[in-house]
Write a protein that binds this ligand. Structure first.
Ligand SMILES: C[S@@+](CC[C@H](N)C(=O)[O-])C[C@H]1O[C@@H](n2cnc3c(N)ncnc32)[C@H](O)[C@@H]1O
Length: 225
């Protein structure tokens, strides 16, 4: 999601709009779970939280239910999001967040024990291998990336926009939907490996780490020229 695409998202955070969707260029309607993101962690989130080691960088933290839960448990956590309204909500809830893109310079590069990509955030930017490479740069040695993948066998790069139930739509942005098989392939492409994967009801998760050789491969974005 690009900065200009978030006005409808921010309105939905404020007003808890039901029915905000991501519309794909080929006409599909993908629901956005804004009310879940604005609520407390559910049981699937709680399992993810148990895998977190501090300090945690919550990439695309949104209104910050995970960042806030970690902070309340005494685990150092920083949320990062391009939505100013989301960052304000995290701060109002007593946790720490930065209004910035994951692709911008971030504090603590190479020192985060956990990088979180929850709620399908592996889709940020539309190129999962590039995002994985970026997250791996942020990790401390021995660190982990915790990823929520799509539950099915999905692998697609999308042009999409947000659409309000009243018909208003935001500008287009690139996004990706990545199921576990595609995530396994993308991790290999950048020198990462899936250490563990699990499911919770209809949600799929993976713990990803740098391969034991410790060698990250080149940034796929550079290869694309
Ligand atoms: C699917 S929502 C995830 C919601 C969030 N994990 C939560 O707990 O509420 C995607 C989030 O990623 C953020 N985002 C999109 N592109 C981003 C980027 N380049 N850097 C950081 N955050 C980004 C959006 O603003 C949005 O809050």
């Amino acid at each position: 999601m690009r900065a200009g695409a978030i006005a409808l998202y921010e309105e939905a955070l404020r007003e808890q709009t039901a029915g905000l969707i991501m519309r794909t260029a080929d006409g599909r309607s993908l629901p956005l779970h804004v009310s879940r993101w604005c609520g407390p962690p559910d049981t699937a989130d709680e399992e993810v939280l148990r895998y977190c080691r501090g300090p945690v960088l919550d990439v695309g933290c949104g209104p910050g239910r995970l960042t806030v839960a970690l902070s309340e448990r005494g685990i150092p956590a920083l949320g990062v999001d391009i939505s100013r309204a989301a960052v304000v909500r995290v701060r109002e809830a007593g946790a720490t967040a930065l209004h910035r893109s994951v692709f911008d310079p971030l504090p603590g590069q190479g020192r985060w024990a956990t990088v979180l990509l929850a709620d399908g955030n592996i889709g940020i930017g539309g190129l999962p291998a590039c995002l994985l490479h970026r997250c791996a740069q942020l990790l401390a040695p021995g660190g982990r990336i915790l990823i929520e993948a799509e539950p099915g066998n999905v692998d697609e790069q999308l042009t999409a926009w947000l659409e309000h139930p009243d018909g208003r739509r935001g500008p287009v942005f690139p996004w990706a939907r990545v199921g576990m098989p595609a995530l396994l392939r993308a991790t290999v492409d950048v020198g990462l490996q899936v250490v563990e994967q699990w499911r919770h009801s209809d949600r799929a998760f993976a713990w990803v780490a740098v391969r034991s050789s410790g060698q990250l491969l080149g940034n796929p974005a550079a290869k694309q020229g």
